[in-house]
Unconditional design. Structure first.
Length: 671
């Protein structure tokens, strides 16, 4: 610069200018603020790739525990904090035992035991961002561990993620047991959104729990709006994974700024006064006494509805029966499972039976062992244990295997898959004739592509008991289904729509002009012989929408019911879609084994002048499946059109939300 070496300010300006330009080249956008640009420049100036520094684990008890901790007086607060400390310590020891390894060799081919466990520190927090009572601890785990060979190296973080849910259930159960034991209180299940209830301290008023959950109440309207918009746009309700993503988006949208730190004594005084004004809510030692008076509420309720369910001693529990129940639950929620799934479900199930009492560790291990040995079938091959000690881990497994990598299924799942494959190959009387299809097609006022016509014709006129169709979003599945439904009705039959959720069933019923319900309700009503069950008739067609989200056993049960009454089943979905937890992969199995009708032309993407955007349609298909020949580069279209932008999770979520708000509202766009 002017034939002189730049001074400090000049170097800073050059670094900022060049850094901003490089940021735009990499991320396709300008930095959100100077802090983001500063972090980017700092990261770029560091040599080499930066490994993960550590992991942040958050331990928060049920809200009723935080409420009692906040308003129950000093003695109760000390006991709850002690229980929290012990529960965290037990959970970290669980992770050290089950999920703490490092790796050696090229590409981490060899696992290595760890000496000394994990290195971590704990930071205790007392309130939420809204200032509500929320006792929780952040446990920051270092990414470095000491291998049994005396070398320091990175923690194998994959196992930490794998055991996330199992560790959560371990902690949830441990903290409740400790709190109940120390304070002489009990637990009770509280129904919340989702399939599983939350275990709370009995006798803590729901009004106090809700009042102390203003952060959650602030998130809920935003989440409901996002779910509503998702359903309107996509035509189906979001999956469990999509709900989690929407919840994270809603959390960031409604997150208030951090407040200045305040003394715990001031917070306790404020919480005690605020919650104490609620009708029926006791504060101080009276709150603990009220909870103690309700200690046996769950047992009293169970005595009226299911007298044998809640127990007080391990001798009252049959490990084999409990193991069967654990696998039965897993069969309804997934097609395959691992040891960590069994561990988590075992603790949930036994926790509901023992209530406030501690579950014997030996009983947990017995149930887990029987669940694997008696009721599960291993589908991953064993890694032979070597005879040389140097090639074995401390647990006897091979260093060249993967700890806890075994996957299992069950005879029930395999039987359901066999029923589906048999139904897909079985010939029956078609629901409609080609003439009926031609009649229905003549009455349509829409244009159909070849794939839509084929799917509608096959769904209405095929002689298979079960037929599946697959295609991406925007391929015109709904339009084809409507033509198929009209064909069936023209032939004198009826259409019954089944969907994974009530919201999706409502949309489906409106679009097809047919009776629609959830597949769970349909199957359960037949299994319980409900007087309100929907009974199909010969010539009827049962259409299962979003079949990729349906569990294998539920899918097979619906097909069995249809067969009993002389109806046929047509299942439609996207085999490339991220499946819900309940999916067992039945749609993909049927497609790969017996074939499916395919929709491949996308109608959703349009140019500003209304013509089809074939380039974006082709790019979307390229993202789903690599080409049979040639280079696999599905991102060319998106890079060329500056569709790819980058940043951290909070920044990108904010950008998505801002773009969404600028988008004009649209009617249902299913085609």
């Amino acid at each position: 610069m002017n034939h002189k070496d730049p001074d400090t300010d000049a170097r800073r300006r050059i670094r900022t200018k060049e850094g901003a330009q490089y940021f735009r080249e990499l991320n396709g956008r300008n930095p959100a603020d100077k802090e983001e640009l500063g972090r980017f420049i700092t990261a770029q100036n560091k040599p080499g790739s930066q490994a993960v520094a550590g992991y942040d684990l958050v331990f928060a008890p049920a809200k009723s525990v935080s409420v009692l901790w906040a308003i129950g007086g000093d003695d109760a607060r000390r006991e709850i904090e002690a229980a929290q400390h012990i529960a965290i310590d037990e959970t970290m020891r669980f992770l050290e035992k089950e999920a703490t390894y490092t790796r050696r060799g090229r590409n981490g081919v060899r696992q290595e035991d760890v000496d000394g466990g994990l290195i971590y520190t704990t930071f205790r927090h007392y309130d939420s961002r809204n200032g509500d009572p929320q006792l929780h601890d952040h446990v920051v785990v270092a990414n470095k561990v000491l291998g049994a060979d005396g070398k320091w190296s990175s923690l194998d973080g994959r196992l930490l993620y794998q055991f996330n849910v199992a560790a959560s259930e371990h902690y949830n159960r441990a903290v409740m047991e400790k709190v109940c034991s120390r304070l002489g209180v009990g637990t009770i299940a509280r129904k919340v959104a989702g399939d599983r209830p939350v275990m709370e301290i009995a006798g803590i008023d729901v009004a106090a729990i809700e009042k102390a959950s203003s952060r959650r109440e602030g998130i809920k309207p935003a989440l409901d709006k996002l779910v509503e918009d998702f359903t309107d746009t996509k035509g189906y309700a979001p999956t469990t994974k999509q709900i989690i993503a929407l919840a994270q988006q809603a959390t960031l949208q409604t997150r208030p700024g951090k407040k200045s730190a305040r003394q715990l004594s001031a917070l306790v005084t404020e919480w005690t006064e605020e919650l104490g004004r609620l009708p029926g809510v006791q504060v101080g030692p009276a709150a603990v006494e009220k909870a103690r008076a309700h200690r046996h509420d769950a047992r009293d309720m169970a005595a009226k509805t299911n007298p044998d369910w809640m127990v007080t001693h391990a001798d009252e529990v049959d490990p084999e029966t409990e193991a069967a129940g654990v696998i039965g639950t897993l069969e309804r929620t997934r097609g395959v499972w691992g040891e960590h799934h069994i561990d988590a479900e075992t603790r949930r199930r036994l926790g509901s039976r023992f209530g406030e009492l501690p579950i014997p560790a030996t009983l947990i291990e017995q149930v887990k062992a029987r669940a694997i040995d008696q009721f599960s079938l291993r589908i991953t091959p064993d890694t032979p244990a070597p005879e040389i000690d140097a090639l074995r881990l401390r647990n006897g497994a091979s260093r060249y295997g993967k700890v806890h990598a075994a996957l299992y299924t069950s005879s029930g799942i395999l039987h359901s898959e066999d029923r589906l494959l048999t139904a897909a190959a079985r010939t029956v009387i078609p629901a409609a004739t080609p003439d009926a299809f031609d009649t229905a097609l003549t009455a349509q006022d829409k244009q159909f592509d070849a794939g839509q016509l084929q799917l509608a014709r096959e769904f209405a006129c095929s002689d298979r008991l079960l037929l599946v169709g697959v295609g991406p979003a925007g391929a015109g599945k709904t339009t084809a289904l409507k033509l198929a439904a009209d064909t069936v009705r023209a032939a004198g039959g009826h259409v019954i729509g089944l969907a994974p959720t009530a919201a999706a069933a409502a949309v489906m019923g409106t679009e097809l002009g047919a009776k629609a319900t959830t597949i769970d309700s349909f199957v359960l009503s037949h299994q319980t012989d409900s007087p309100r069950k929907v009974i199909p008739a010969p010539g009827d067609v049962i259409i299962i929408d979003e079949a990729g989200m349906v569990g294998t056993q539920l899918f097979a049960a619906a097909v069995t019911i249809a067969d009993q009454y002389g109806a046929v089943v047509r299942a439609l979905g996207d085999d490339q879609q991220l499946s819900a937890v309940g999916s067992g992969g039945a749609l993909r199995l049927l497609k790969n084994t017996v074939g499916a009708v395919h929709l491949e032309d996308l109608h959703r993407f349009r140019n500003p002048d209304g013509t089809a955007n074939e380039d974006e349609a082709a790019a979307t298909l390229a993202l789903r499946e690599p080409p049979a020949t040639g280079e696999d580069d599905p991102w060319t279209f998106y890079r060329t059109n500056r569709r790819v932008v980058g940043g951290n999770a909070e920044t990108m979520t904010s950008m998505v939300y801002t773009a969404w708000r600028k988008t004009p509202p649209r009617a249902n766009t299913r085609s």
